[in-house]
Design a protein around this ligand. Structure first.
Ligand SMILES: *Cc1c(COP(=O)(O)O)cnc(C)c1O
Length: 377
């Protein structure tokens, strides 16, 4: 038996993950701990090995996920971690939340009450404040009013309020208007915290930094930095630099199944959208949109073959695609790189994303279940 099928696979470097984590820790003030955001199967990199490495080798104690199923998966890999669910959990699952010692993000007094009514256990929570993202959380014009609602929530029987948090909408932008917007969001939550202190409530946690804020506007008042995309070495925004040394930890690879010379006028792939303008050498590659390599890359994307960039010709199929390898010594069985480095060339998830109008986040999260994740040092 071979260890995995060499058709389409993702190589995840745990060594680079550790390097990225050391760099990220170095960005934080001494009072701020990293909360590793590992939602969506650790942004497509695979929970088990990523969480284990973070907990056991990087000393990470805090994790954030999007939902209860993810929280339970992370709990299995990290028995001692603090795990925060950022998104919604139906109140009828309150017992599972407490049974697994999970912290739930709470978005309103009604929601907090519903959670506590459906269980006799204590529910640990961080209260989410909507300071400008417009997604979830308490919304009040004034921090004083927000603090009053939180003060009331602290009296709900069965609710253990351990922190407050908010999420920035444009921390990944250096446009002055956006910077002012983020300043306002930050001021709102820190003012709310200070109002709570005046009311005699001193919560252990207040957090508002995501990856972008961790890179560009680190603030020691945030007890946790909820770093997501930078853990995996991608950019919060491609137009802004990330700290030197931060590198992508995933490469996506496949193999060439067949190489053929085709005469001028040969149609390639569905729809006959590509017709060879002259004699060409075409290679077929064992990856397609069912693996998460978007069909929007049809006749747009490039793939590295022996350090050369080779253009995709025609439509990306479900399981295969074709590239122009004219002038390249490409043979059946050769390994090609869809994301990653080969020779002096590199294609990043961010670069692929920009080719079809999305962000690197969606590219890595979209690599499908069919693609085995292989872990290397
Ligand atoms: C996803 C998410 C993060 C992490 O965002 P990155 O840009 O990947 O760092 C942090 N906080 C919340 C609430 C999130 O939903």
């Amino acid at each position: 038996m071979k260890p995995y099928l060499k058709r389409a696979w993702a190589e995840v470097s745990l060594g680079q993950l550790k390097k990225n984590m050391e760099l990220i820790k170095g960005l934080n003030s001494s009072g701020t701990e990293v909360m590793a955001v590992v939602k969506a199967d650790a942004y497509g990199h695979g929970y088990e090995r990523v969480c284990e490495t973070l907990a056991e080798e990087c000393g990470i104690r805090y994790f954030a996920v999007s939902n209860l199923d993810e929280a339970i998966t992370v709990r299995k890999c990290c028995p001692d971690a603090e795990i925060l669910i950022l998104g919604y959990t139906p109140p009828e699952y309150a017992h599972e939340i407490s049974q697994n010692n999970i912290i739930q993000g709470v978005v309103s007094t009604e929601y907090a009450a519903a959670l506590c009514n459906s269980s006799n256990d204590t529910i640990r929570c961080h209260i989410k404040i909507d300071t400008g993202m417009g997604r979830i959380g308490l919304r009040h014009d004034k921090p004083e009013d927000c603090a009053k609602e939180i003060q009331f929530m602290c009296t709900i029987k069965g609710l253990s309020v351990e922190g407050i948090y908010t999420h920035f909408a444009v921390a990944d932008s250096d446009d002055p208007d956006n910077v002012a917007y983020t300043d306002k969001q930050e001021k709102y939550i820190t003012d709310t915290y200070d109002e709570l202190v005046k009311l005699g409530i001193k919560l252990p946690h207040m957090h508002f930094m995501n990856s972008a804020a961790t890179c560009y506007r680190n603030n020691s008042r945030s007890t946790l930095s909820r770093a997501g995309i930078i853990i995996y070495g991608l950019h919060p925004d491609v137009s802004l630099p990330v700290p030197e040394g931060l590198e992508p930890i995933m490469e996506l690879k496949a193999v060439i199944s067949q190489v053929k010379e085709v005469p001028e006028g040969t149609c390639i792939s569905y729809g006959r959208t590509f017709v060879a303008p002259h004699k060409m050498k075409i290679a077929t590659v064992t990856i397609g949109y069912a693996d998460g390599y978007s069909r929007l890359l049809s006749s747009k994307g490039e793939i590295l073959v022996h350090g050369h960039r080779c253009a995709i010709v025609g439509r990306v199929c479900m399981d295969q695609l074709m590239i122009d390898v004219s002038g390249v010594d490409a043979r059946s069985g050769d390994i090609v790189t869809l994301i990653g480095k080969d020779g002096g060339e590199q294609i990043t998830a961010d670069e692929l994303a920009s080719m079809y109008g999305t962000i690197g986040y969606e590219v890595v999260c979209g690599i499908s279940k069919r693609v085995p994740r292989i872990y290397i040092d």
